[in-house]
Write a protein that binds this ligand. Structure first.
Ligand SMILES: Nc1ncnc2c1ncn2[C@@H]1O[C@H](COP(=O)(O)OP(=O)(O)O)[C@@H](O)[C@H]1O
Ligand SMILES: [Mg+2]
Length: 334
């Protein structure tokens, strides 16, 4: 998926195919027990995400996303940080070869970035003012799956614009332009969020806003993705670092997942504020191969990202699972 925001519309190329040109069986492509079929493209352009061959699809989440693609449902994936929300949408799009763009609403995205702005351009040697479409009108007119990431962190002015696109017909009126944009029939809309729009009821997600009920109602499908079972997470790590595919290697990976799970429990309980995502476990495993030292790799992959005051507790998680202390220099003084 391309993380935009600041790409000039002009530099974006047209899609290879204007519409899906085949149907795929979900059972065959995703190994999920269903007769569902989904439209797909047979050729990919550069906005189609790369396939991660080791990706493990959670059936419920995957079916919800596929329903979004097949039936033009607006799908929101909700769940804790690092559980695979964004990558699930991305990997489904990759399999369907559906162009996909992710906009992180957290990243200081403004209304103007989304809608567009007047720009001064040279035309036949004269300076003229010209409207440059933002990401939203541009994406709306193409067969693109647009993902609003960190939806619950969006600024009010941005949410206001998005609300208009969420209306039934999904038309976007560019007021300054006196123009109405109709969505391409293959335009799709997804969102990921840490909360279910009720604001932060857990105290875990400080940047989040309450999403108004009318706005929330316009999402047709909301699916919750929590951490995958430990055995599956270990399987993902193994798939990404084949070096561990032997008995003691597997044990190490399982132990890493145990430590990760303790950080997640600690995070949910409010004991620590940094959580080990599956991504961190993967890089811990890879860094361990580089340094040939699981404790040192733990420091560089995760511990150093934690608040200093929380490091002793995090080091204790490691100690409990691996049965040895991290060296003093690693832990720091409490
Ligand atoms: N089901 C999965 N299969 C394989 N890798 C996964 C899976 N879920 C998460 N990951 C890994 O964890 C990383 C973080 O996932 P991401 O989708 O960014 O989480 P979120 O959007 O929920 O914060 C991904 O880049 C991917 O490498
Ligand atoms: Mg994400």
């Amino acid at each position: 998926m391309t993380d935009l925001p600041n790409v000039q519309p002009d530099s974006r190329t047209a899609t290879v195919l204007e519409a899906p040109d085949r149907m795929v069986k979900v059972r065959e492509m995703f190994g999920i027990d269903t007769d569902m079929e989904v439209p797909a493209f047979s050729e990919a352009d550069e906005r189609v995400p790369d396939v991660d061959p080791a990706y493990v699809f959670d059936p419920d989440t995957t079916l919800a996303i596929l329903a979004g693609f097949a039936h033009n449902r607006r799908v929101m994936v909700q769940g804790y940080h690092g559980t695979g929300k964004s990558s699930h949408i991305e990997q489904v799009a990759a399999r369907l070869k559906w162009p996909c763009i992710r906009i992180n609403l957290d990243a200081h995205i403004s209304r103007i970035d989304l809608v567009g702005r007047d720009a001064i351009v040279l035309r036949d040697g004269h300076q003229v003012t010209e409207f440059r479409e933002g990401l939203l009108p541009w994406a709306l007119q193409t067969p693109t799956a647009l993902v609003f990431d960190e939806y619950d962190a969006g600024r009010p002015d941005v949410m206001f614009v998005i609300q208009r696109v969420l209306e039934t017909e999904g038309k976007l009126t560019l007021l300054d332009q006196n123009r109405v944009i109709r969505p391409n029939p293959w335009f799709r809309l997804f969102a990921t969020a840490n909360t279910v729009g009720l604001g932060d009821t857990t105290g875990l997600y400080h940047g989040t806003q309450q999403i108004n009920q009318g706005q929330m109602d316009r999402w047709n499908i909301v699916v919750t993705l929590n951490y995958l079972p430990a055995a599956i997470e270990a399987q993902i790590v193994l798939a990404k670092s084949g070096e561990y595919d032997k008995p003691d290697g597997k044990k190490t990976v399982e132990d890493m997942v145990k430590v990760a799970d303790m950080t997640r429990q600690g995070f949910i309980a409010g004991d620590i504020s940094t959580v080990m995502s599956p991504r961190t476990v993967i890089s811990w495993a890879q860094n361990t191969l580089i340094f040939n030292d699981v404790g040192f790799a733990f420091r560089l992959s995760f511990l150093n990202k934690c608040d200093e005051s929380e490091r002793p507790l995090v080091a204790e998680y490691y100690q409990r699972v691996f049965g040895k202390d991290l060296p003093e220099s690693v832990v720091g003084k409490a």
